[in-house]
Design a protein around this ligand. Structure first.
Ligand code: FAD
Length: 433
């Protein structure tokens, strides 16, 4: 008499938790398996939480979720070794509406989310690794095998929410191994400072928070970006570049992060802080063209295991939660109609994704990864040119303004040529359409 579940969810990150919560809440018999000591123990993120995605799953999450700060200010820095040209958007309107973006600490957040999953009725087992998928004679996935003796567990459907590497899917031949050109390697430090220091340095009060996104010379010509996020009494500082670029340049992420910490615009913001956490993690940044098959006979991929990351907007956890919810809603729909989890029926999951932010945004930016790989000027020449132009423009040295403007224009023309400049404008336009 073998115990069988309606759904097995592999992984307890945001994607798996969203799926398990939605299914359990609707009365399904759900088993969720997590290899970590507790949900979140192995997970790394910046981290910004996008409220909208979670609100659609747990509308009153703000009452109990461990949130750090509400983002009221967004800075973007285009950097050179000694300077940056930046934009800032700060608005008190973010204080007058329910928080839209929060900084979080993933270990705490995932633990909280998992508690909600368990309260909704799912059985969650940690320190259990799924090593393979079970199939019937026709090849349909009918369960999982875990790292225990007699470790076969059966279910009508398996949701793979096991993150970027998704070894389970790769081993089962559902997905190719992720390629170095389609994945970024990111490192992150959490630097602790007294709450008052964080608030004074970033002009914050109460639970207000600031995020800074950075690009330019800090990635040493590689396709990559960096970030600085304010938490209650710490700062998350990180940088990530495409793995293929890091291999080609023989650079380690630790070196990049060390240089970032020493940048004259970053160093004063973290001065005196104590680094207590250091983590490295992969991010699937191959975009739309690198997406694997998203479903098949008895199985679905959600979150990072499906490659749902919008690198341009730094959105991953929201796409993970949204895809987890949509996978669950697809199964609930099939359940209501008495339909089995065949590939033909699970195609409804893809249709839901196409109608959502997940595939709409990935489609919009489908040409970005190729553009950044082949057109290095966007991450090296233009940051240098912009910073040079700003330096020229803001240095009062007796030179008249018309001559300065000409010098700036000539610098752009010499480095990229007139045709090159026009071509770049067109490439950028095309890549974001
Ligand atoms: P994960 O969070 O990776 O969860 C997968 C889970 O599966 C893990 O708990 C893992 O232990 C478990 N697991 C894996 N294999 C098995 C197995 N065989 N058996 C059992 N369990 C298994 N996104 C944002 O939205 N905002 C940000 O600010 C942001 N910043 C980021 C900064 C960094 C440095 C990094 C690396 C990523 C960032 N992301 C950000 C992306 C975001 O972290 C991911 O998109 C998100 O975590 C994906 O969620 P997931 O549930 O699909 O995968």
């Amino acid at each position: 008499n073998i115990e069988k579940f309606d759904v097995i969810v592999v992984g307890a990150g945001p994607a798996g938790n969203a799926a398990a919560y939605t299914l359990a809440k609707a009365g399904k018999k759900v088993l969720q398996l997590e290899r970590g000591e507790y949900p979140g123990s192995k997970n790394v993120q910046g981290a910004i939480l996008y409220a909208d995605a979670l609100e659609k799953i747990i509308p009153d999450f703000r009452d109990s979720a461990p949130l750090e700060r509400t983002v009221i200010e967004q800075r973007m820095w285009v950097m050179e070794d000694e300077s940056y040209v930046g934009t800032t958007f700060r608005s008190d309107r973010f204080n007058q509406m329910p928080g839209n973006r929060y900084t979080i600490i993933r270990a705490r957040f995932d633990k909280w989310f998992s508690e909600q999953v368990q309260k909704a009725g799912a059985l969650v087992i940690c320190e259990m690794t799924v090593i393979a998928l079970l199939r019937d004679a026709a090849g349909k996935v009918i369960g999982v095998e875990v790292d225990r003796e007699d470790g076969k567990i059966y279910a009508d459907t398996v949701i793979l929410a096991d993150g970027v590497n998704s070894l389970v899917a790769s081993r089962a031949g559902l997905r190719e191994d992720i390629k170095p050109a389609a994945v970024a390697l990111a490192v992150k430090e959490t630097i602790f400072l007294p709450k008052e220091t964080v608030e004074a340095r970033f002009n914050l009060k109460g639970s207000e928070g600031v995020v800074i996104e950075m690009l330019g010379s800090i990635s040493q010509g590689m396709a990559g970006t960096a970030f600085l996020y304010t938490n209650k009494d710490s700062i998350s500082l990180g940088i990530g570049c495409m793995l293929s670029d890091m291999k080609a340049q023989n650079t380690t992420p630790a070196e990049l992060l060390e240089k970032l910490k020493q940048h004259p615009s970053v160093a004063p913001l973290i001065a005196g802080g104590e680094t207590r956490e250091y983590a490295a993690h992969l991010i699937p940044e191959g975009g739309y063209h690198a997406l694997p098959e998203l479903y098949g006979e008895g199985w679905l991929l959600v979150g990072d295991s499906a490659g749902f990351v919008n690198a341009v907007h730094r959105e991953g956890s929201n796409l993970a939660m949204t895809s987890g919810r949509l996978a669950a809603e697809t199964l609930l729909e099939l359940g209501e109609k008495g339909l089995p989890s065949t590939a033909a029926n699970l195609a409804r999951y893809k249709a839901r994704l196409e109608d959502s932010i997940v595939l709409k945004d990935l489609k919009k930016y489908r040409n970005i990864p190729d553009t950044l790989h082949s057109q290095r000027q966007f991450l090296s020449d233009y940051p240098a040119l912009l910073n040079g132009a700003a330096h020229e423009f803001f240095t009062v040295d007796g030179q008249d303004k018309a001559t300065k403007e000409k010098a700036i224009f000539n610098a752009f023309r010499e480095r990229r040529s007139l045709l090159g400049l026009l071509g770049d404008a067109y490439r950028l336009w095309r890549a974001t359409r």
